[in-house]
Design a protein around this ligand. Structure first.
Ligand SMILES: [Zn+2]
Length: 467
């Protein structure tokens, strides 16, 4: 039985046209006007609606042991939340700590996801230690279809790597043609500033941002870009939050470093005054890099619109109120993270496209096409074309609603965007041709999602120092 999406306005990263889409099995088989629907075809009327390629969240945490607790989500729950919000693929950070075995960690993450996700997914493999066993393990993980790494310059002694370990990771990644994503903040400065602030009695969440100021992120960005350059690697800065870090990344790009930039939902819409709210209200908005001074937002929107910021993710990482209160006596003990997997598409559409800050095609590009291209999923994902997976979002631009923890589908007991109005939401969402969501309700097959195996695409680079 086929599926026909009839009469919608198809919007991709570079085109817009009114057409029907016919899907057989899991892929798009025809695109055209007035397509014939054989008997038994399921028809979705998309007249008056936009049809986007399924959105891809390139940066989420679902299973995550962190700061003496675990992020709240399960793959079942997070994937349903993602789909209701129009995200049909997520890339999860597989994050064993420096004290764990990397390969064991990889298998743990895979097992947690397997059979439990309602949408397709992939992993970035965190490299949190580099020793004699690491190269063989990473080669095995890449062979298994996980063609991107993650390193942390922050979180010393837990996820964080030394400069020496960063060098070896990037050198191996370059030789494998694998891209490395990086959390860019200077771990040493953060640790020292945290101790000074706590010693001065500055223990509340409002001191989180001053403990990791903008220049600390800019330094990490510059250092990562320099290591990427000298190893001939491909790099991707995750969750870039502020103008000084943006300048560092743009400077590296302009001298030819293969560097991509991601910013995440909270930094476009929230500022540090949210984290300065009293007590647990402030703690709900603790993430790293921290929410910044509002003056950064116009620069982030502008860089996103021109493509200097390549992608928009969420860094979805839900901890509930009780967990946030672990940091009641010291801001350094507040679990870092905020959920967002359900809200990224609707909020970026409303506050970007509808407010005139973000071109509609760039919106599709940054939230779907570019993540697919950078992470070896294109053109299977990230566009609407014959032969591509039928991951589609029929988008109702007439919908009006408000974000609230009371109506969200995530497990968490708060939403960092509480009270934000949205002007649009998915009316139908498909995963490989199966309708999974209708108008905010999950109607599909819970375990439908599959792990997407990805091939290295950056070309093996070896630096020959002998010549
Ligand atoms: Zn993250």
């Amino acid at each position: 039985m086929g599926l026909l999406i009839r009469g919608g306005e198809i919007v991709t990263a570079d085109s817009r046209s009114r057409s029907d889409i016919f899907i057989e099995d899991e892929t798009i088989s025809r695109i055209g006007i007035g397509l014939y629907a054989p008997p038994g075809t399921q028809v979705i009327d998309a007249a008056g609606k936009l049809v986007f390629p399924g959105f891809i969240d390139p940066h989420v945490h679902i299973h995550l042991p962190f700061m003496s607790t675990f992020a709240k989500d399960t793959h079942a729950n997070a994937s349903v939340s993602a789909l209701i919000g129009g995200t049909t693929t997520f890339i999860e950070m597989c994050c064993p700590s420096r004290h764990d075995d990397a390969l064991d960690g990889y298998h743990t993450w895979k097992q947690k996801a397997e059979g439990n996700s309602a949408c397709d997914y992939a992993f970035h493999m965190a490299v949190t230690r580099y020793d004699a066993t690491t190269e063989a393990q990473l080669r095995e993980i890449v062979r298994d279809g996980t063609a991107s790494f993650k390193i942390f310059l922050a979180y010393k002694n837990f996820f964080g790597v030394t400069d020496e370990e960063m060098f070896h990771t990037l050198k191996l990644a370059a030789s494998l043609g694998v891209i490395t994503t990086a959390h860019c903040e200077n771990a040493e400065l953060i640790g020292q500033l945290q101790q000074l602030l706590l010693a001065a009695g500055k223990i509340g969440p409002e001191w989180h941002e001053p403990s990791r100021p903008e220049s600390v992120e800019a330094e990490g960005t510059t250092r990562f870009a320099t290591f990427v350059e000298q190893t001939r690697a491909a790099g991707y800065v995750v969750h870039l939050s502020c103008a000084p870090a943006l300048r560092a990344a743009v400077e590296a790009k302009s001298r030819g470093v293969k560097l991509y930039v991601e910013s995440v939902l909270p930094h476009f819409l929230l500022d540090k005054t949210y984290a300065e709210r009293a007590g647990v209200e402030g703690m709900k908005h603790i993430m790293s890099p921290p929410l910044r001074d509002r003056r950064n937002q116009a620069e982030l929107w502008s860089a996103l619109n021109t493509g200097l910021i390549d992608t928009v993710g969420t860094d979805h990482c839900p901890f509930d109120t009780e967990q946030k209160l672990l940091g009641i006596n010291a801001f350094t003990q507040i679990p870092n993270g905020i959920p967002g997997i359900e809200d990224r598409v609707n909020l970026m559409y409303t506050y970007g496209v509808k407010r005139g800050r973000l071109d509609l095609h760039r919106f599709v590009d940054a939230l779907s096409t570019r993540p697919a291209q950078i992470f070896s999923l294109f053109p299977r994902k990230g566009t609407i074309a014959v032969g591509s997976d039928a991951d589609l979002v029929v988008y109702d631009t007439a919908y009006r609603g408000t974000i609230s923890a009371a109506t969200q589908h995530g497990i968490n007991d708060y939403n960092g965007f509480e009270g934000f109005a949205i002007e649009g939401r998915p009316s139908a969402v498909t995963v490989r041709g199966k309708v999974q969501v209708r108008d905010g309700v999950f109607v599909g097959e819970p375990g439908r999602g599959r792990m997407l195996r990805r091939e290295p695409q950056y070309g093996a680079q070896e630096v020959d120092y002998a010549h």
